[in-house]
Design a protein. Structure first.
Length: 138
């Protein structure tokens, strides 16, 4: 899809300008794409990842063998499920621990009243874009 978009639309195709993101299952897909194609994506927007698919999920599968910069914005709501916040915190810690070879930056945003729906994700979206693309914390 990305080569098609770059060919047919005015984009800046370089990795430093390219991110992927999604919510729920789309967030899991974004995590997968970011890990599998680090040469393509430098930014990940991960909203309410469907980590409940495997309640006792372990994050040992994550591999950051590359040395490229990565920024990830991770969002979760406190009213989504009992496991959402603990799982995203575990994911954040695993991401940090595995990212020793890369210049890796992750921001975790938790809305204690947040629910698993587009209204909450929509409010978080501009904050994520601002941090991922316009904050030079890296």
């Amino acid at each position: 899809l990305k080569p098609y978009i770059d060919k047919h639309f005015r984009t800046t195709p370089d990795r430093e300008f390219t991110g992927i993101g999604g919510s729920s299952m789309g967030a899991l897909i974004s995590i997968y794409a970011g890990l599998m194609y680090p040469e393509v994506y430098s930014k990940l927007m991960i909203f309410s990842p469907a980590l409940w698919v495997s309640p006792n999920i372990h994050f040992h599968f994550m591999n950051f063998g590359h040395s490229q910069d990565v920024k990830a914005y991770l969002y979760a709501g406190g009213e989504e499920s009992e496991t959402m916040i603990p799982n995203v915190r575990r994911f954040q810690e695993a991401f940090k621990a595995k990212a020793t070879a890369a210049n890796f930056d992750i921001k975790l945003s938790i809305d204690p009243n947040g629910k698993h729906n587009e209204a909450y994700w929509g409010r978080e979206f501009p904050l994520a874009v601002e941090w991922l693309y316009f904050n030079n914390h890296h």
